[in-house]
Design a protein around this ligand. Structure first.
Ligand SMILES: O=C(O)C(=O)C[C@]1(C(=O)O)C=C[C@@H](O)C=C1
Length: 138
């Protein structure tokens, strides 16, 4: 027997759970309805990509948190500049192959890595040892 969902669970408006309105736009009323319909259709794909990015980033931060704990336990410095240089060179190459601006790929990776390093430093401080200097352990 299939379980009945309570009435309160049933979506009664066009705005889905979480209050997100995929049709929110400053262009409403200013654009031909057919153009608006095409725009909304393309935007639904953008929404899927953005959701995927969030999930991917969440998973990346989960694994880098493990690195943060490992580094803190073994008194290793939060940043590894040689590793970063290798990652950036690789991502720039991949970006070129994918017709993505390599400068953007580099900026994006640097942005993520600097946040990871901040997290590593916080983990190290929670372990009561503070952040190790960048060249320590080299
Ligand atoms: O691989 C590491 O050592 C990490 O700490 C992860 C990571 C990354 O986010 O990829 C972050 C900081 C380091 O400078 C290099 C790489």
């Amino acid at each position: 027997m299939t379980e009945q969902r309570p009435d309160t669970d049933v979506e009664t408006t066009e705005i889905p759970r979480g209050g997100y309105d995929p049709s929110a736009s400053s262009l409403t009323g200013h654009v031909d309805p057919a153009v608006m319909a095409e725009l909304l259709s393309i935007r639904s794909s953008i929404d899927n990509f953005d959701a995927t990015l969030v999930y991917l980033l969440a998973e990346r931060f989960k694994v880098t948190q493990r690195v943060g704990f490992l580094k803190a336990q073994h008194h290793l410095p939060p940043a590894d500049p040689d590793r970063e240089a290798a990652q950036i060179a690789r991502l720039r190459r991949l970006a070129e192959e994918a017709q993505l601006d390599p400068a953007f790929a580099e900026k994006f990776l640097n942005f993520i890595i600097s946040e990871v390093i901040r997290h590593h430093q916080a983990i190290a401080e929670d372990h009561g040892q503070g952040a190790a200097p960048a060249d320590a352990g080299a």
